[in-house]
Write a protein that binds this ligand. Sequence first.
Ligand code: CP3
Length: 353
Amino acid sequence: MTADDHSPAQNPAADSAFLRACRREPVPHTPVWFMRQAGRSLPEYRRVREGIGMLDSCMRPDLVTEITLQPVRRHRVDAAIYFSDIVVPLKAIGVDLDIKPGVGPVVGRPFRTREDLERLRPLEPDDVAYVTEAVGMLTGELGATPLIGFAGAPFTLASYLVEGGPSRNHEHTKAMMYGAPELWADLLDRLADITAAFLKVQVEAGASAVQLFDSWAGALAPEDYRRSVLPASAKVFGAVAGYGVPRIHFGVGTGELLGAMGEAGADVVGADWRVPLDEAARRIGPGRAVQGNLDPAVLFAPREAVEAQALRVLEAARGLPGHVFNLGHGVLPDTDPDALTRLVEFVHERTVR
Ligand code: CP3
């Protein structure tokens, strides 16, 4: 697809509340979707995944389509997010990794030296033909509901590659960033190219927006983020700028980084629950929409408490030119799906214009 294919005449989702909010246009109601909405909190998800490994399921267009549609059918969210994982493009170029249930991505041989970079070749669209096929099937099924494509940001991907798995302190990653800055820059640059290529595949197949997940960027001081991480994320956003689809930027614990993240080139910046959205918008700067930011743990409280906290988010967002309601991080696995359905209804009812 080209930029023209994403025009209202070509894309039936172009006038959706979600895309309008991303473009900071007036909306019929505040759009809402949930990070990790297509995941383990749904019994119908667990049923279709039974006996199929996470990465194997990501390579099956029939399963990807079904799992992506499940939360749209059940919760009536305003956008679908493509079912995949941030490590799928790395797997597709031959990196030896797996996703372990209850743990997350685990890499066979961690990346620590310059020789290791040779294991990161460019991503070609043919490496992920199943993504092109699944996005095509999905846009047909979704009609006026937009599909969000996504990828992991270079820093967050680098953390998995360098640590070899999930990490609390990112010590090997930071050791490379501080101790071998040229190697670090080359690693992030390669990851930026792979990430950009992966997002392009999704947009060219019909995704209406993209989100870059820099989940672990909050582990960085602003100066280090600006110098050692922002250029690679900015390269990704620049590479997909020409399509005219909204680009969303998200990380956890990024209160001190929101200004820098706002400069990386996205159209929408997400915030977690630690910063009220009006303050987040001030830090992000003008010309960007905001996404967030209900604490996902709030969904374990009684309905009245969930609604009170959701109202607090809506109050903080009142008057902002573009707000996409979301959680401040992904849906927690044990969340009651009905609490999510009720929350979607509540946000819609409270914001009808
Ligand atoms: O949002 C969605 O509904 C789309 C699906 C999606 C998955 N992973 C599916 C998944 C998305 C957007 C992701 C992104 C992702 N993956 C991120 C960024 C978002 C975030 O939460 O910060 C990160 C850091 C990863 C890496 C990863 N993959 C983790 C931390 C885990 C969870 C490990 C666990 O089991 O606790 C995974 C596995 C994973 N990715 C699952 C799903 C549904 C669970 C796998 C399973 O069901 O066996």
